[in-house]
Design a protein around this ligand. Structure first.
Ligand code: ASP
Length: 320
C-alpha cells in the first residue's frame, strides 16, 4: 500500500454544525481525525493538523508554511492530500502548484457540508482524494483538486457555486479526470512546469475588479499605498474605462507591475482594442496580460514572482 501524508488546514470539511443555532464552526474535536480506519483501507495514512482555520483566514504566509511542510516530508511519502476550506481552496492549490517541487501526487480537497450535516460530502471527498493520490497516473500532474468525483488542475479550477456540492469546475477546459466507485480515470494530460522558490511572502498586491462607470477613486487610493504590484480584472479581452489610464501609467512609471486578467471566466486576455482604455493601448503602455488565469490566481502568481529567489521575466511568465 502507498504511504500518504494527510494534512488538515481546516474549512467546512473539518467543522460541525450546531443543530440548535445552525452555525457551522470548528470544534475542539477534529471530526476528520475519527476516520483513520476508513482511510487506511486505501493507503497507509499519516495525519497532521497544520492549521484549524476557516479558509477566509488563510493567507499566502499560511500557504507558504504548508508548502514548506510538504516539501520537508517529501521523501517519506508516496503522495500528499490536503484538506482545506473551499472559499480560498483554489488559491492555496495554485500556490502549492507553483511552489512544491515534486512529481508525486499532491491533491487538495474540501467539503460543502460539514461533518454532521445530512449528505455531508467531507468524508466522501477525502476518500476520493486519497484514492487519487495513490494512483500512478496522478504523478507529474502538478497539484490536483478532487471534489464531487472530479479531478481538476489547480491552475484552472474555481469555486463556481456558493452552496452546491458540484461547485468546483474548470470552466475553460473541464476536469482532467474522474473518480468512480471502482476506478480513477485521467483523460487529459497536464504538464505543470513553473516553480518559484520563495522564503517569505512580503509583497503587497491588491486585486481590483473593473465595472461599468468605474472612476479613478480606487486607483487614486491605491497610488498612495505602499504597493508592489496590482492585478485588475478587466472587461472582456482586457479593456478598462478610459479614466483609469493616467493612474495606470503612473504605476508603470514607478516600476510597479500592473497585471490584467479578464473578469470573464472563459477565454484569454489579449491586446485587441486600440481605443482609449482598450487592451492594445494598455499593453503598449506596459501592462502585462495574464493569459488563462483568474484574478485571485494571477495575484498569487505575482506575489510569488516578486519574492522569488529564482528570478523570472515577469512578462514572459504571464504571457506565454
Ligand atoms: N467558509 C468555509 C471555508 O472556506 C467554506 C468551506 O470550507 O466550504 O472555510
Amino acid at each position: 500500500m502507498k504511504k500518504i501524508l494527510l494534512i488538515h488546514t481546516g474549512g467546512t470539511i473539518a467543522m460541525s454544525e450546531d443543530h440548535q443555532t445552525g452555525a457551522v464552526t470548528t470544534t475542539q474535536d477534529h471530526p476528520l481525525l475519527q476516520d483513520q480506519a476508513i482511510l487506511n483501507q486505501f493507503a497507509f495514512v499519516e495525519e497532521k493538523v497544520i492549521f484549524h482555520l476557516p479558509s477566509p483566514h488563510i493567507t499566502p504566509a499560511h500557504m507558504l508554511d504548508l508548502g514548506k511542510y510538504i516539501q520537508s516530508r517529501m521523501d517519506e511519502f508516496d503522495g500528499f492530500v490536503i484538506t482545506h476550506g473551499t472559499d480560498t481552496l483554489e488559491e492555496t492549490a495554485y500556490f502549492l502548484d507553483l511552489y512544491v517541487q515534486t512529481k508525486k501526487p499532491v491533491v487538495v480537497t474540501g467539503a460543502m457540508r460539514s461533518s454532521n450535516e445530512i449528505g455531508s460530502d467531507g468524508l466522501y471527498n477525502l476518500i476520493c482524494a486519497v484514492r487519487v493520490a495513490t494512483t500512478e497516473e496522478a504523478s507529474e500532474k502538478g497539484v490536483l483538486v478532487v471534489m464531487n468525483d472530479e479531478i481538476h488542475t489547480a491552475t484552472y479550477v474555481t469555486k463556481t457555486a456558493a452552496n452546491n456540492v458540484a461547485t468546483f469546475q474548470s470552466p475553460q477546459f473541464g476536469p482532467i479526470g474522474m473518480v468512480t466507485k471502482q476506478e480513477v480515470y485521467f483523460y487529459h494530460k497536464w504538464i505543470s512546469y513553473e516553480k518559484f522558490q520563495i522564503e517569505k511572502v512580503t509583497k503587497q498586491v491588491p486585486l481590483l475588479k473593473a465595472y461599468a462607470g468605474m472612476d479613478e477613486s480606487f486607483l487614486n487610493a491605491i497610488l498612495s499605498m505602499d504597493l508592489d504590484g496590482l492585478v485588475i480584472e478587466a472587461f472582456g479581452q482586457g479593456n478598462l474605462p478610459p479614466v483609469l489610464i493616467n493612474n495606470i501609467n503612473d504605476l508603470i512609471n514607478k516600476n510597479i507591475p500592473v497585471v490584467i486578467v479578464s473578469r470573464s471566466f472563459k477565454g484569454v486576455v489579449q491586446p485587441t482594442y486600440g481605443y482609449k482604455g482598450g487592451g492594445k493601448q494598455l499593453h503598449d503602455m506596459g501592462v502585462i496580460f495574464a493569459k488563462r488565469l483568474s484574478g485571485p490566481k494571477a495575484r498569487i502568481k505575482l506575489l510569488m514572482i516578486l519574492d522569488a529567489i529564482n528570478k523570472q521575466n515577469l512578462r514572459n511568465s504571464f504571457e506565454h
